[in-house]
Design a protein around this ligand. Structure first.
Ligand code: PGA
Length: 253
C-alpha cells in the first residue's frame, strides 16, 4: 500500500484528478471504476475542467460504478445514476453507452451476476476509485462482508444510513438496502485509489493501513492488493503511526 498524505480536501482532489487524467491519457480505452458520495465530488469537478481545457479524451473510456440504492428509481434525484450524470458524465465527452451503474431495480441477483460479467467482458477495471465509510466500508460492503463477495444486494448499517441521511429530507427516506460491487469484484481491479478526507475518517484509515486484515474492517482487505494508493488529507491521516513519525510528509510505503 502506498499512502500519500496531503494537506486538505482540495489537494486530495487535485492528486486524484491528476491520476485519473494520467490513466486516460496513457490508455484512452481505460476502464474506470467510479465512486459516489461527498469525497470524489471535487475530483470530478477537476476532471471536468481538464476535459474542457486540455481535451483529455473520454470518448473510448468505459466506467463502472460501485453501487446503487435499492428502493428508489434510477431517475430519483438522489440515485447514484443521477449523481454520476450530474456531477461527471454530462460534462465530459464520454459516450453515455459506455457508463455503467449496477441496477437496483428488478432482479437484483441477476443484475449483480451480469454486472460482474460485464466488467470482465470490458477487460476488467484498470483504475478503481474508492471512498471509505466511517465504519471502513468500501462501496456498500459493510463490516462482516466476506472477502469472496461479488456484486449483489447488501443491507446498509445504521451508521451508513445516518451518514447518507444528510442528503435526504428525513432519515426514514434513506434506502435500507443497495446493490454493491463485492470485495472480490473490487479486488480484481488492476489499480486502486482510495480517497479520504476529514477527521471522521481517521479511525477507518488507521484500521485500513495499520490494522489486522478482517471482515470487521472491509477496507483492510486492500492490504492484500498489489497496487493500492491511499490519498488522505492531514485530518484523515492523523491517527496513522507513519504520519506522526514523518511529521506530515508524504509517505510512500
Ligand atoms: P462520503 O462516503 O464520500 O460521502 O464520505 C464515502 C463512503 O461511504 O464510501
Amino acid at each position: 500500500m502506498k499512502v500519500i498524505i496531503v494537506k486538505n480536501y482540495e489537494e486530495m482532489s487535485m492528486t486524484a484528478a491528476a491520476m485519473i487524467n494520467a490513466q486516460v491519457r496513457e490508455n484512452p480505452e481505460s476502464v474506470l471504476g467510479l465512486a459516489t458520495g461527498g469525497t470524489p465530488e471535487r475530483t470530478y469537478e477537476l476532471v471536468i475542467e481538464t476535459n474542457e481545457k486540455s481535451h483529455t479524451d473520454f470518448t473510448n473510456v468505459k466506467t463502472f460504478n460501485l453501487d446503487e440504492y435499492i428502493g428508489i428509481p434510477k431517475t430519483h434525484p438522489l440515485s447514484y445514476y443521477t449523481y454520476m450524470n450530474e456531477k461527471l458524465f454530462s460534462h465530459i465527452n464520454i459516450n453515455k453507452a459506455n457508463t455503467h451503474l449496477p441496477s437496483g431495480e428488478g432482479d437484483i441477483k441477476a443484475n449483480g451476476i451480469k454486472y460482474d460479467e460485464d466488467i470482465k467482458k470490458a477487460g476488467g477495471i484498470d483504475l478503481q476509485i474508492l471512498g471509505i465509510g466511517e465504519n471502513a466500508h468500501i462501496a456498500f460492503n459493510e463490516p462482516g462482508t466476506s472477502e469472496n463477495s461479488t456484486t449483489g444486494e447488501v443491507k446498509l448499517t445504521e451508521s451508513t444510513i445516518k451518514a447518507n441521511s444528510r442528503y435526504f429530507d428525513s432519515i426514514d427516506l434513506v434506502p435500507k438496502t443497495a446493490i454493491s460491487m463485492g470485495i472480490a469484484s473490487i479486488m480484481k481491479a488492476k489499480k486502486i485509489i482510495l480517497l479520504a478526507s476529514g477527521a471522521n475518517k481517521a479511525n477507518a484509515i488507521r484500521a485500513t493501513v495499520e490494522g489486522t486484515i478482517s471482515e470487521l474492517v472491509p477496507s483492510s482487505f486492500l492490504q492484500k492488493h498489489p497496487d493500492v494508493t491511499i490519498i488522505v488529507d492531514e485530518e484523515a491521516a492523523k491517527l496513522l503511526k507513519q504520519y506522526r513519525e514523518t511529521a506530515m510528509c508524504t509517505v510512500f510505503k
